[in-house]
Write a protein that binds this ligand. Sequence first.
Ligand SMILES: Cc1cc2nc3c(=O)[nH]c(=O)nc-3n(C[C@H](O)[C@H](O)[C@H](O)COP(=O)(O)OP(=O)(O)OC[C@H]3O[C@@H](n4cnc5c(N)ncnc54)[C@H](O)[C@@H]3O)c2cc1C
Length: 418
Amino acid sequence: MTERRALVIGGSLGGLVVAQLLRSTGWDAAVFERNEEELNSRGVGLGTHPQLIAILRRAGVAFDETMGITPPRGVCLDRRGKIIIEQPMARMLSSWSRLYRALLAALPRQDYRLGKKLTRIAQHTDRVTAIFADGTSERGDLLVGADGIRSTVRAQFLPDLQPAYAGYVAWRAVLDEADVPPELWREMVELYAFCLPEGEQSISYAVPGRDNDIAVGRRAYNIVWYRPTDLDALTDICTDANGRYHAGGIPPPLIRRDVIERVKADASAVLAPQIADIFARTAPFFQPIYDLISPRLVFGRVALAGDAAFVARPHAGAGTTKAALDAACLADSIRDAGDDLGSGLAHYERMQLPFGQALVELNRQEGAYLSAQLKRKADRSAAELHRNTGAVLHAHIARSEQVGDLVAAHGLSALAGT
Ligand SMILES: Cc1cc2nc3c(=O)[nH]c(=O)nc-3n(C[C@H](O)[C@H](O)[C@H](O)COP(=O)(O)OP(=O)(O)OC[C@H]3O[C@@H](n4cnc5c(N)ncnc54)[C@H](O)[C@@H]3O)c2cc1C
């Protein structure tokens, strides 16, 4: 069989894994990323799952204990900072940029093309053409849309499908270990810490630091804080100091100073003091939370993968695991179909559609009470109003295992060799 060429649109984690795994099955695969420079995640943390680790190894990443930090205890802190519930846990927390750097290093430089913003796709029976904003175009046998939640690829084939806002945002903050008071660091470093203010949720933990380092003194502390935010409030916080509204998400440096001051004041009013203290020392930013379910993943020679295909709320920390499973399923389905690309793509869609839907649903369950905060009290369920902190913590930790159960139930375990 002659070498076939894949055009992968989107150079984040999803696109990089797709390109690597297609290459491992004999394809020539190049990644096209719209940003002019290599990507930067502001050091945010990223929860892993065994399936992600296994697939990254398949993709050429030497995944070992240096990839992250594994806190031994999951705890819930009350408003005064006292541990009220505790449970052992063993989940490695890595960081977005640690995985990005490792995947990028595994791909030949000339096949990672920056400043390539896809505008349109043209399809012919024997090829597909990607047309870029800079006036250039590229031809391939297959095009994979790994271009995220606002996918240009998806918009061309499913123009009416939009992400559904879940009614809350995730405030995110990272602080270098060196900037955390030493006593506070010692207290927090071994904890996967939950805090559950009324109607809200924060999770925080240590992650690899700025240079992806896990050496003592060079790590960082990561906070994710989910806050119900109605559409008017979302519009307000997405409007910069010049009055410009950023519908697709406001770049962190443009978040208004009064918005930052208010959220820091709220942190000290509702979060455990340890978390609020760290949060106060950061430059926080936020991401609105969405659900997205694509009804189809394949359009001729074009396939969707990662967040372009499905966006699950981040509670199970499995978005990247899902993107990696998509990549492995796509590469294996095409390899197993030999010359029949169409049947390989059809197999990919048959496997990943139900799994993606199930993962979105699993995460909706955890986020349901956050979404419910925007409803009138009378419209919320009794269970939601009388939540048990212990049950929330246990369910959150168990959800990690449920991701593995979902993978098995959908016949995907072999992709990760698990
Ligand atoms: C608050 C929060 C916490 C999260 N925590 C976790 C976690 O703990 N664990 C986990 O596994 N996942 C987590 N996720 C999810 C995870 O970030 C994503 O699901 C995962 O990284 C897959 O991303 P992707 O590569 O498909 O898309 P993205 O990372 O969105 O990448 C899309 C890429 O495509 C590029 N692009 C877009 N349009 C074009 C175009 N027209 N032409 C060329 N390039 C284009 C973009 O610039 C971008 O680089 C979290 C998400 C959020 C919001």
